[in-house]
Design a protein around this ligand. Structure first.
Ligand SMILES: Cc1cc2nc3c(=O)[nH]c(=O)nc-3n(C[C@H](O)[C@H](O)[C@H](O)COP(=O)(O)OP(=O)(O)OC[C@H]3O[C@@H](n4cnc5c(N)ncnc54)[C@H](O)[C@@H]3O)c2cc1C
Length: 495
């Protein structure tokens, strides 16, 4: 008798809805559980941010087929949507096309096996999954044949603390700390930052976005200032690959942040690991390891990345990398300590599987604590997972993914230790760009280095291939190309 139970997909974000479209295309029963009241609930919270991917890289293949049948047409590729447009013009229509297979206002609080906790072997794989949910009506338990957790990491941002734990006093200073890119188009938010000094902590694209936004506010409102607080010992290539970035808008974002630093609207503070946050009437002071003080500032914007919430999965047998909390076979491909060229080896069901058969992490959550996840990656992941669940193992193994390279290599782990950056040849694309020695940071506790004191950085594409890069057909760029693989995950030689 055919198993009528659905594949449960957790999260109606880009990856979850793309998974649903892939499963529908394979005639598999699917049920999407979304805690928010709308599709793309997390994306909506950063709706004011313009993406650096074009529409063509933001629409899943099976999703496009499903939507086209309703008369939907993909927006013009030359455009870069905001998060809000991504939701309104794609995710919301897609959820509608998936129909009542999407349940909103339904938070998943636990996943397990029927009548078995994670310890019990006996008859485990014959038992369906149990999925515990919270709705406005109360608690419910659902049964599922398989589970794809695409619930993202938006809900669990990293703290300000340089050691990954909340800094002392961070909770008490919550009123002055935001973990989101400020929406300066919103009047109340604008008032919060206009004419005031804000410390932006973090070195990823969200931090660059916040710096550019605050710098343009500084052009309009005198007295507006941003301090860019970096753990790493030098700026290195935190501005990104610029013209060498194959995602032009991502490269341009870094260039705009660099211009803001050069214009003096942003001051850079390097080698600062926050240990304590002291907040009082006079403002907020960040205290670094070793007692270095920064501030008082008026506001703190912490954009130090995200981590996965694994608490609902305590009864699931996961195989996660101890560093990234990502599936062990995926982790080496995305480890920022190793490389961050932005290229990621094609991966699918094989890399995303766990000892718990039929359970997969997909989308942003599959990257655990690693940065640089792109929607394109999620779409290929869920295509492969759906093929696997439909028993099409050849289709599942045929993963193809070519990601736009960032134009820079090297990783957070590398740049946190300036001495390492010279020596490292470990990145998938060979040595990181040379950086000149920088003068010691000023100890006057006041402002950080202005860009005119920063060394010149040589960015741009680095030579292809290094001993550690997996064997792939490489284009002009750094690493990846289409690849075939057997179901057991071994790369098959590309002829
Ligand atoms: C500011 C920003 C800009 C970005 N720009 C780009 C870009 O330009 N290009 C690009 O390719 N990528 C970009 N990304 C990365 C990535 O593509 C997005 O984060 C994307 O939204 C990830 O999709 P997802 O479906 O994996 O996760 P999410 O979009 O986070 O969706 C997860 C969904 O699960 C729901 N959920 C969470 N917990 C539960 C639960 N327990 N039960 C039920 N539902 C739950 C959430 O409400 C949410 O709707 C950006 C990310 C950010 C934060």
């Amino acid at each position: 008798m055919a198993d009528e139970r659905p594949v449960v997909v957790i999260g109606a974000g880009p990856a979850g809805l793309a998974a649903a479209a892939e499963l529908v295309a394979r005639d598999l029963p699917v049920l999407v559980l979304e805690s928010g009241d709308t599709a793309g609930a997390a994306v909506s919270e950063w709706g004011h941010v313009r993406l650096f991917s074009m529409w063509r890289d933001l629409v899943g293949p099976a999703a496009e087929k499903l939507l086209s049948a309703t008369g939907w047409r993909r927006p013009d590729d030359s455009g870069y949507p905001t998060g809000r447009e991504w939701v309104e013009e794609y995710l919301a229509p897609l959820a509608e096309a998936v129909g009542d297979r999407v349940r909103f206002g339904t938070r998943v609080t636990g996943v397990s096996r029927l009548g078995r906790n994670r310890v019990v072997d006996a008859g485990r794989t014959e038992q369906p999954f149990t999925v515990r949910v919270h709705t406005r009506e109360g608690e419910e338990r659902l049964l599922a044949r398989a589970v794809v957790d695409a619930s993202g990491t938006w809900g669990t941002p990293n703290p300000v603390g340089g050691d990954g734990l909340p800094a002392l006093g961070e909770a008490a200073a919550a009123e002055r700390i935001s973990y989101r890119v400020p929406d300066l188009g919103d009047e109340r938010t604008r008032t919060r930052y206009a004419g005031r000094t804000t410390a932006v902590v973090g070195s990823g694209h969200s931090a660059l976005t916040a710096l550019v936004a605050l710098a343009s506010l500084a052009q309009e409102v005198p007295g507006t200032k941003a301090l860019w607080v970096l753990r790493r010992g030098d700026v290195g290539d935190a501005f990104g690959g610029g013209a060498a970035d194959q995602l032009a808008a991502r490269g341009a974002l870094g260039q705009r942040a660099r211009a803001a630093v050069e214009a003096g609207d942003v001051e850079v503070v390097t080698g600062f690991r926050t240990a304590q946050v002291r907040s009082g009437d006079g403002g907020t002071v960040l205290v670094g390891e070793g007692g270095r003080e920064l501030g008082p500032v008026d506001e703190v914007v912490a954009l130090t990345g995200f981590r996965p919430d694994l608490s609902p999965l305590s009864e699931v047998r996961l195989d996660l990398d101890p560093t990234l909390e990502a599936p062990v076979r995926l982790a080496p491909l995305i480890d920022p300590n190793q490389h961050s060229c932005g290229t990621v080896y094609p991966h699918g069901a094989a890399e995303l599987s766990h000892p718990e058969e039929g359970f997969f992490l997909a989308g942003m959550k599959s990257y655990g604590r690693a940065p640089t996840f792109l929607a394109l990656t999620g779409y290929e992941q869920v295509r492969s997972i759906a093929a696997h669940l439909a028993g099409d193992h050849e289709g599942a193994a045929r993963v193809e993914l070519v990601l736009p390279e960032t134009g820079v290599c090297g990783g957070a782990g590398l740049f946190d230790d300036p001495t390492a950056s010279k020596a490292d040849a470990g990145g998938c694309c060979g040595p990181t760009p040379e950086v000149a020695e920088e003068p010691a940071a000023r100890q006057d506790g006041g402002g950080g280095l202005t860009v005119s004191e920063l060394p010149l950085i040589s960015s741009g594409a680095v030579p292809a291939g290094s001993s550690e890069a997996p064997e792939t057909a490489s284009g002009s760029g750094c690493c990846s190309g289409p690849a075939q693989r057997t179901e057991s995950g071994e790369p098959a030689r590309v002829s």
